[in-house]
Design a protein around this ligand. Structure first.
Ligand SMILES: Cc1ncc(COP(=O)(O)O)c(C=O)c1O
Length: 260
């Protein structure tokens, strides 16, 4: 019997060279490679802001904090996901409310989301965390309508969906994570994901306010001192080496990394 590996990353010469260049540079943590990665990723998903963090779990946690999630609040989550998109709610002392998926798509059933929000159980729900499961994009235009009706924010967990997209009712193609309908989106660069660098994550958003909060949270609130000292490593920051691998990846435009 042949074993199917859990994951198998592909590292090529360009990736190795990119990491070597970083190792020979002055910045191993938050430096120019991270900034370059953020710029190219925001372009890739057509988002206004991209903020690189240490992994997808941190991205979720920082988004919840940036959106003001607090003890006593509730958040609608999907039961078909990795534990991180539920645990991030718990990290903030809030309560995850599971709403079932549509069995045909494995995505949150939006009719059931509405039913839940309109029911007594929905009282105190402040946000929704849908997952673009296995790359299948959530219809965020529809979900935004429901969220707005009940005053909720949306964090799109797009860990499985870099390069995915959905067309909205005006025919506009929305790359997953572009921030047009969700308040924030998150990605993971864990080795079993489409784009891998070891540990890495990204928050994308069109909101200046959310972006600023996430940037502060990832570096313990340190801003200018961080840049001058060259030796900061906040709990949420991403390493330059990791960023370099992904820049090499995005630069060489492997077909599955390029939205068409
Ligand atoms: C849907 C989903 N959300 C969040 C995460 C967490 O990402 P990370 O492993 O980078 O912390 C994963 C990773 O497996 C995931 O599949």
């Amino acid at each position: 019997m042949q074993n199917i590996p859990y994951g198998r990353q592909s590292i090529n010469e360009a990736d190795l060279l990119a990491v070597e260049q970083v190792l020979k540079s002055d910045f191993l943590t938050q430096g120019p490679a991270v900034a370059e990665f953020e710029r190219s990723f925001s372009e890739y998903v057509e988002a206004t802001h991209a903020i690189a963090v240490s992994n997808g779990t941190t991205a979720l946690h920082l988004c919840c904090l940036a959106l003001g999630l607090k003890p006593g609040d509730k958040v609608i989550v999907t039961p078909i996901t990795f534990a991180a998109s539920v645990n991030c709610v718990r990290y903030c002392g809030a309560e995850p409310i599971f709403v079932d998926i549509d069995p045909d798509t494995a995505l949150l059933d939006q009719n059931k989301v509405r039913e839940c929000l309109a029911s007594p159980q929905g009282k105190g729900v402040v946000g929704i965390i849908p997952v673009d499961f296995a790359g299948a994009p959530v219809d965020l235009e529809e979900l935004r309508g429901i969220a707005d009706e009940f005053g909720c924010w949306i964090i799109e967990d797009a860990c499985h969906a870099p390069g995915g997209s959905f067309n909205d009712s005006s025919g506009h193609k929305n790359p997953c994570g572009n921030g047009r309908y969700a308040d924030a989106a998150i990605f993971s660069f864990h080795p079993v994901k489409h784009i891998a660098c070891g540990e890495g994550g990204m928050v994308t958003t069109k909101s200046d306010k959310v972006a600023e909060k996430v940037r502060l949270l990832r570096t313990h609130g340190i801003t200018k001192i961080l840049i001058r000292s060259r030796k900061t490593t906040g709990a949420g920051t991403m390493r330059c080496m990791s960023s370099a691998i992904i820049i090499a990846f995005l630069t060489c435009k492997r077909p599955w990394a390029t939205p068409n």
